[in-house]
Design a protein around this ligand. Structure first.
Ligand code: ADP
Length: 271
């Protein structure tokens, strides 16, 4: 039996008058579902041929010493671009998986402190010669009930973005804290910053504040869309604060119901 999807809006007037509007959004919902399935299918179908192409290009690049320079350049460019396309496909598949909410079953107590420490270590490798100062401070030892893989994707995207959009030598401060509202993972950088007009649209797929910068950063434009959907799956939300030329701060807010005291979390995690 087909489901009907309704959007219900309740407006209050004065003491006890209410206006209730119910809108049938079934068709919209179905279209959205079709779009997701389509993207997911295309991504999966493209992955195999792309892996074959990348594989051959890598072999060619490894054996290109005797070829003319012009050919070597062409092969290297193709190899780089096919790796880029693979990253894009991987992100598209990840996003469509996260969007369809295939997450519920994988929620378990997750140690935010150690997870973020690992991600910061990877970010130091990514930064390499740029030598960003990447600091992490956990003022809480509370764990988070959630999907570790999804949380890792979200935190990596934010921390790697901070590295990508901050000039060499800049500082990236990551913190995990808890208050009466819940848990907060903040990633703050001293980088380029973002103009206010872009902020509301940053989490849209492929939206970029400064398209000209993107050739060098190698991003897919899907990072913040992934972060947003991971947070939706964890009943949280993303706050973005930024000042052009000063830096940016991205904060993941998680509700208190998602927090797990580490004393309780540790045994569950081991079994
Ligand atoms: P991309 O792959 O382009 O980095 P994202 O979805 O991760 O895609 O980010 C979207 C856009 O938000 C980026 O293109 C960039 O313009 C902006 N952005 C994200 N993080 C930062 C940051 N830390 N500092 C400045 N701009 C940022």
């Amino acid at each position: 039996k087909p489901h009907i999807h309704l959007q219900i809006q309740i407006s209050l007037f004065g003491e006890d008058d209410r206006l209730i509007v119910a809108k049938d959004i079934t068709r919209l919902y179905q279209l959205e579902q079709m779009r997701r399935d389509f993207v997911s299918n295309v991504s999966h179908e493209m992955r195999t041929p792309l892996t074959v192409i990348s594989g051959y290009l890598e072999t060619l690049a490894d054996n290109a010493d005797d070829l003319p320079a012009k050919w070597r350049r062409a092969i290297n460019t193709m190899a780089t671009q096919s790796v880029r396309m693979e990253t894009l496909i991987t992100d598209l598949i990840l996003l469509s998986r996260i969007e369809t909410g295939e997450h519920a079953a994988n929620d378990a107590p997750t140690n935010v402190d150690s997870l973020v420490q690992q991600v910061c270590q990877d970010a130091r490798t990514l930064s390499g010669k740029s030598q960003h100062d990447i600091r992490f401070e956990a003022s809480s030892q509370q764990w988070l009930d959630g999907d570790e893989n999804q949380l890792r994707s979200a935190f990596s995207n934010l921390i790697f973005n901070a590295v990508k959009y901050t000039p060499a030598g800049g500082t990236i401060s990551v913190s995990w804290s808890v208050d009466s509202h819940g848990g907060h993972l903040s990633v703050k950088d001293t980088g380029a910053g973002i103009d206010q007009i872009h902020i509301p649209r940053l989490t849209e797929r492929f939206y970029r504040a400064d398209p000209s910068r993107h050739k060098d950063t190698g991003g897919t434009g899907l990072g913040l869309a992934i972060v947003k959907h991971v947070l939706i799956n964890h009943d949280g939300n993303l706050e973005i604060r930024s000042e052009l030329g000063e830096g940016s701060e991205f904060i993941c807010h998680f509700p208190a119901e998602r927090l797990v005291t580490s004393a309780l979390a540790a045994p569950t995690h081991q079994t």
